[in-house]
Structures are given as structure tokens and as C-alpha cells.
Design a protein around this ligand. Structure first.
Ligand code: PGA
Length: 252
């Protein structure tokens, strides 16, 4: 039985002051929730304040990216040891916005993933097709390419530490959620790919989140699908009531 995992991806939102207010509100809303892993992924600059606000709480902290080198002359970058030292537990890698706007490729995703695993961070690796690819019936080819390229060379033991997020690009921030059936179809494909590439045990262990316009209204139907193990939430994670309702909706 895979434990559901709901992560809030705040993207480029919330100043440190706003981040503390949102975290305090979330703590109150989520204090009694059990059976769901909850992760907040604020911008780098908010991590320390959010970490402090989360002391003695069951909500985990995640970053939205990391650089693959540990240290050195890489102006503007943040490394895995830095995140680890701060108490960050998760890190999103290869989000479609990084692939689209910041030239992220499977190769750089793979390097970041290695760095995260080396330093004991739990990676959330994103894969997903865009609208043109879906309309051209290339969805499974793209998912296979993202999985093969991003997860290349991992052992089964390493793979078990990774959370995957299927995020169809056409559903992100558009209000157009994939239907539960559309999402399930791709999640099942990813799980079969895991079974072929690693083994059945690994495929059964890895959690696969869905992401793309998840709301309190659609979370239950998504979570009812056998291969959907949680959600990566953007817009609806920026307000405490909607994020809390999604977390509660994910309690299986
Ligand atoms: P959204 O974003 O929930 O605003 O569609 C999801 C994501 O990009 O992770």
C-alpha cells in the first residue's frame, strides 16, 4: 500500500513574510491529518523561514530545484548539501516550466537527480507531454523518453527513493485537468515501464503523483484511480483552505 503524497509547488510566489503567514495557516488546517505525506515547496529564499515555522509539525519541506555540483564557482545556484543542511527533505526536479523556460533536459534532470540521491534528498521527478505532443498521439513516446532519459542508470534501490509526478503540460495552470481516466492511463503506462526497467517490486513501491489543475473538487476522483498516489499542486497550493482540502481529499 503506497502512502499518498501531496506536494504544494508554490513556484515564484510568496515573499518570506507571506510564506510564514501561509505556513501558519496550513499548520492549523492540517494539524489532525494522518495517512498522507504533506510537502511544501516554497521558493529558495523562503525555505529557512518555512522550516522554522514547521518545527514540531508533520509537514515536510521541499525545494523546487537544485544544482548538481556540491559547491564551487556557480553563481546563483543552490546545492544538495545546502538544502540538506537546512532540513529540506524533498526536491522537485525537471518540472515542465524548468524544461520549457530554463533549458532543462533529460540529461540535466539526471544530474540533479544523482546529486539529490547522493545527499539523501527525496526527489520528485516530473514528466509530461505538451498539447501538440498529445494531439499528435506522442504521449507515451514522450513519457518513455522522459523516464528513460531522466532516470537513466538508477538501481532499483535508488528508484524506490524517487517520487514521480506525471504532469501533462496542457493541464498545468490552465484549469484543464486531465480526466481521471486520462491520468490513470499514463500512470499505468509509467508503472509498467518501471516493472520492465526495474522489477515488479519497484514498480509497486514507487509513488506517482498527478499534477495539473488539481483542486479540492477533482482530487477524490483522481485519487480513486489505482495508480494515482498523490498530487503535485500549483495554483491551489497558494491558499490554505484549498490546499488543506486537497490533502484531506487524498486520505484514501
Ligand atoms: P497547477 O500546477 O496546479 O497550477 O496546474 C501544477 C504544477 O505545475 O505542479
Amino acid at each position: 500500500m503506497r502512502k499518498p503524497i501531496i506536494a504544494g509547488n508554490w513556484k515564484l510566489n510568496k515573499t518570506p513574510h507571506e510564506a510564514i503567514l501561509l505556513t501558519d495557516e496550513l499548520k492549523r488546517e492540517l494539524v489532525d491529518v494522518e495517512g498522507v505525506d504533506i510537502v511544501l515547496c516554497p521558493p529558495f529564499i523562503d525555505l529557512a523561514d518555512v522550516k522554522e515555522a514547521l518545527i514540531d509539525h508533520n509537514i515536510a519541506l521541499g525545494a523546487q530545484n537544485l544544482f548538481w555540483e556540491d559547491a564551487g564557482a556557480f553563481t546563483g545556484e543552490i546545492s544538495a548539501p545546502m538544502l540538506k543542511d537546512l532540513g529540506v527533505a524533498y526536491v522537485i526536479i525537471g518540472h515542465s516550466e524548468r524544461r520549457q523556460y530554463f533549458h532543462e533536459t533529460n540529461e540535466t534532470v539526471s544530474k540533479r537527480l544523482r546529486a539529490a540521491l547522493k545527499h539523501g534528498l527525496n526527489p520528485i521527478v516530473c514528466v509530461g507531454e505538451n498539447l501538440a505532443q498529445r494531439e499528435a498521439n506522442q504521449t507515451f513516446d514522450i513519457i518513455k523518453d522522459h523516464c528513460e532519459g531522466s532516470l537513466k542508470g538508477l538501481s532499483a534501490e535508488e528508484m524506490k527513493k524517487v517520487v514521480l509526478a506525471y504532469e501533462p503540460v496542457w493541464a498545468i495552470g490552465t484549469g484543464k485537468t486531465a480526466t481521471p481516466a486520462q491520468a490513470q492511463e499514463v500512470h499505468a503506462f509509467i508503472r509498467q515501464w518501471l516493472a520492465r526497467t526495474f522489477d515488479e517490486g519497484t514498480a509497486g513501491h514507487v509513488r506517482i503523483q498527478y499534477g495539473g489543475s488539481v483542486t479540492p473538487d477533482n482530487i477524490a476522483a483522481l485519487m480513486a484511480q489505482p495508480d494515482i498516489d498523490g498530487a503535485l499542486v500549483g495554483g491551489a497550493s497558494l491558499k490554505a483552505p484549498s490546499f488543506a482540502a486537497i490533502v484531506k481529499g487524498a486520505q484514501k
